[in-house]
Design a protein around this ligand. Structure first.
Ligand SMILES: Nc1ncnc2c1ncn2[C@@H]1O[C@H](COP(=O)(O)OP(=O)(O)OP(=O)(O)O)[C@@H](O)[C@H]1O
Ligand SMILES: O=P(O)(O)OC[C@H]1O[C@H](OP(=O)(O)OP(=O)(O)O)[C@H](O)[C@@H]1O
Ligand SMILES: O=C(O)c1cccnc1
Length: 491
């Protein structure tokens, strides 16, 4: 059974894979736990076949890191269940956050193979936080991206997030609906998310209300007598013959006593039905009443319904959003890119693979968004060493990471550094935006992206290029490692 007593002393610090703590133990015993290292989070392919992703998760990462200390019950648990010496348990007991974290801002558009979070500091601490950081970024970035795709499909219509009941448990519902809001949704049905994050809460009613009263007239009337804003669910029995006429009857009877906002349809052929419902509402004089629709919707169904001329004004979206139905994982990874050597100098680090896409790019980096001055649109992202600074360059040579002959020279541009300091040696230094500002920031970032990268089907590949220095040191390091392996075997 779940141990409530321990729960009171619980935190997310053990929300990590055992192998991270096992590696910490090895580093500790071998005297290298405080050696400085840099790890970077990135993913390898845009999710959903999309042309971009929307970064989310930073707020939860900040909460997690600010609370990063081992409680007594954590230490007791490790002592009882693992074979660690007492000196290591003492080391964990005294562990204080010393990490320097740089990150993209929430609502920023991000792309495959660029660092989106960078964690620098004592090797053991960097290792400890890997799992939770990936857990948070993978989920929230995936969902904010799904939300942005849905937003691009609905255009200026309203979108409500209805997914809590279908989410992968409570945390996913909560942080998922926050990601929805960042990506472009207008409201959530989750009241706790509204309380915690200030997202507008909104909703209609369920079939149960109609079933509880036994008929639509009494149910709608009762609801109207107890609420000012009314959206009636009209598909319990027969939308066109019964639901909508009854909603109209109640709206007329109640007059100014209610705001008759509209009706919700939740089944059937939504294109056909919504057109009929629109006519019924218009004929009854309720031209401003809106048609809400729900039922397993996603960006594909929405695009198709719009093509069919469906008369839907507000979209309620649950299951297929909150579960990221068509792609349940982003696949972001956390890779060591630089580590101090015995002389205290930084050394690039690389993971080699026979699969070209899995070869990481070594070195501590900065991501620069290259923005054309004449139209404020993005030319691409330029990944450079953190010591390089293109802000005063007159011209920038940008070339494809694999196909270097695909290249261009950009002039008259502004270069914006995207990784911002969030913690410096354990101290929180950021000034975050409000959630509403983050949502606005995301919309503004989407405006700066050419439509060719934003279309949901077969978008163009956005340029994510390496600086000459980074590119050359990557090739040199690959060759150096391969030569070493050839000469010495795998030792
Ligand atoms: N005109 C349409 N074009 C394309 N897809 C539609 C159209 N109308 C509805 N859909 C979608 O088709 C699917 C229909 O699912 P389903 O057959 O389960 O619904 P239903 O039988 O009408 O309702 P219920 O939820 O009561 O079973 C839903 O995902 C819905 O969003
Ligand atoms: O379809 P989603 O995108 O997940 O949106 C949320 C669904 O939740 C409610 O249905 P409910 O859970 O009562 O069951 P239902 O599917 O039988 O209507 C609501 O009527 C929506 O259909
Ligand atoms: O308010 C609604 O209409 C609603 C809320 C959650 C799930 N489905 C619908």
């Amino acid at each position: 059974m779940f141990n409530r007593q321990i729960d009171e002393d619980d935190s997310l610090i053990l929300h990590t894979d055992l192998y991270e703590i096992n590696m910490m133990y090895t580093y500790f015993k071998k005297g290298i736990s405080e050696k400085k290292a840099v790890f970077e989070v990135f993913y390898r392919q845009e999710p959903f076949g999309n042309g971009f992703a929307v970064f989310a998760g930073l707020e939860h990462i900040v909460q997690y890191l600010q609370d990063l200390r081992f409680r007594n019950s954590d230490l007791e648990f490790l002592r009882e269940t693992q074979d660690y010496d007492d000196d290591f348990i003492d080391y964990l007991k005294n562990l204080k956050l010393k990490l320097t974290v740089r990150s993209m801002e929430e609502g920023q558009l991000v792309f495959a193979n660029e660092p989106i979070v960078q964690i620098e500091g004592p090797l053991a601490q960097c290792q400890l936080v890997e799992t939770a950081v990936l857990n948070i970024v993978n989920f929230q970035t995936l969902l904010a991206t799904k939300a942005a795709r849905i937003k691009l499909a609905v255009g200026n219509d309203g979108i409500m997030e209805f997914g809590t009941r279908r989410a992968q448990e409570t945390d996913a519902a909560l942080w998922g609906t926050r990601a929805a809001y960042i990506g472009g949704f207008d409201a959530t049905s989750n009241v706790r998310a509204s309380k915690l994050f200030g997202i507008p809460a909104s909703g209609t009613h369920a079939h149960a209300l109609v079933q509880a009263f036994g008929n639509e007239y009494e149910a709608f009337k009762a609801y109207a007598e107890t609420h000012k804003d009314c959206v009636f669910l009209v598909d319990t029995y027969d939308t066109v013959r019964s639901g909508v006429p009854t909603a109209i009857k109640v709206a007329k009877e109640m007059g100014d006593k209610i705001n008759f906002l509209g009706v919700r349809i939740d089944s059937g052929d939504m294109a056909y039905i919504s057109k009929q419902v629109r006519k019924q509402l218009d004929d009854a004089g309720f031209k401003d009443a809106k048609i809400f629709a729900s039922n397993d919707l996603d960006e594909k169904t929405i695009t198709n319904l719009k093509m069919q001329g469906a008369k839907i004004d507000v979209w309620g979206i649950g299951t297929k959003f909150i579960t990221a139905f068509d792609q349940p994982a982003l696949g972001a990874v956390y890779k060591l890119v630089a580590i101090e050597n015995e002389n205290g100098e930084w050394q690039d680090s690389l993971k080699i693979s026979s699969n070209a896409i899995k070869i990481s790019t070594p070195g501590k980096k900065q991501v620069w968004r290259i923005c054309a001055n004449h139209d404020r649109k993005n030319e691409g992202d330029w990944i450079a060493r953190d010591t390089e600074d293109p802000t005063n360059f007159k011209a920038l040579f940008m070339f494809h990471q694999q196909y270097t002959y695909i290249n261009k020279v950009v002039t008259d541009f502004t270069a914006i550094p995207l990784l911002k300091p969030i913690f410096v040696e354990g101290k929180y230094v950021d000034h975050p935006r409000s959630l509403a500002e983050t949502k606005e920031f995301c919309a503004k970032n989407l405006d700066a992206l050419w439509d060719e990268y934003k279309r949901s089907l077969n978008p163009q590949e956005y340029p994510v290029d390496l600086s000459q220095d980074l590119y050359e040191s990557k090739i040199d390091l690959i060759n150096e490692i391969r030569t070493k392996i050839r000469n010495r075997g795998l030792h």
